[in-house]
Design a protein around this ligand. Structure first.
Ligand SMILES: [Zn+2]
Length: 284
């Protein structure tokens, strides 16, 4: 009996030891090669212009005609943008975000960045208005169905439910004052407010989600008013390189594939790997 107990104990120790060693190995480390700091994870190099730690999987999430969000997908940390309009202390919040057709909700980090963007624009004489922000799957479904009913077919201006960037809680339509009560079209790009936005949005973590030269990739008409929050590092990279989010995701996926093929630990990258919920919604 005693022998058996000892044998069991020995077996348990043998099973725990390699697991513990493996865990330690998985920790990431910084290694300086050829003067440039290169980040490696578990000795595998992360070969991408942006470090993994400077990206949030949720912030680079795609919602488009190939990558559908689930019916139940609701972004975490939605806040009422209105609450961020004025700072009680009067600090640094010169009016915050002006809104039309609100109240609007956005993910907290996006809402705060939008306040900063609007304040900076105002300091340079540009008044911006938030015209649309988070839309739930169901709100998008109603909008889509109404549009199709009105025109008798899908004219491409209202996105199907699950495929709207607005469902991420990170997409927002920001317009100059004179566009607050008229139909939006690409002429808005000529306004000084919109030009300021295109030039400065990346400084606040935003990109132009639907650029004029990417309509074939995004499958969405040019929308100079639609900003998408992705975080500062990603935004600067995307805007400086003239990409759209779809192209960024292709690059990111290639880096993830290389990382995994070289033996990088999957748990570090798996939150960046996206799947589409499209099949569930074949009715559209
Ligand atoms: Zn929009």
């Amino acid at each position: 009996m005693k022998m058996l107990k000892m044998l069991a104990l020995l077996l348990a120790v043998l099973m725990i030891l390699p697991a513990a060693a493996e865990e330690e190995e998985d920790e990431w480390s910084f290694i300086d090669l050829s003067g440039e700091p290169i980040v490696t994870y578990n000795e595998v190099e992360w070969d991408f212009p942006i470090d993994m730690m400077d990206m949030e999987p949720e912030l680079v999430r795609l919602a488009n005609k190939q990558m559908f969000l689930d019916e139940d997908f609701k972004p975490a940390g939605l806040v009422d943008v209105k609450e961020l309009r004025l700072d009680d202390e009067g600090n640094n919040k010169n009016g915050g975000v002006r809104m039309v057709d609100g109240p609007w909700k956005l993910r907290k980090e996006c809402a705060e960045a939008l306040v900063a963007l609007c304040d900076a624009a105002r300091a340079e004489g540009h008044e911006l208005y938030l015209k649309s922000a988070y839309r739930s799957y169901y709100k998008q479904a109603v909008m889509y169905e109404n549009r199709v009913k009105k025109y008798g077919y899908d004219d491409g201006w209202v996105t199907k439910p699950g495929a709207s960037d607005h469902q991420t809680g990170l997409g927002c339509d920001v317009v100059p004052k004179k566009w607050t009560d008229r139909g939006m079209n690409e002429d808005m790009a000529k306004e000084p407010e919109t030009q300021w936005m295109a030039e400065h949005c990346a400084e606040f973590g935003f990109i132009l989600r639907y650029p004029s030269d990417k309509e074939e990739i995004t499958e969405i008409n040019y929308e100079p008013w639609h900003l998408r929050y992705v975080g500062k590092e990603v935004a600067v990279y995307i805007m400086e390189n003239g990409l759209c989010l779809e192209e960024f995701y292709v690059q990111l996926t290639a880096a993830i594939d290389d990382f995994l093929a070289a033996g990088g630990p999957r748990y570090l990258v798996e939150d960046f790997i996206q799947t589409s919920a499209e099949d569930q919604y074949s009715r559209y």
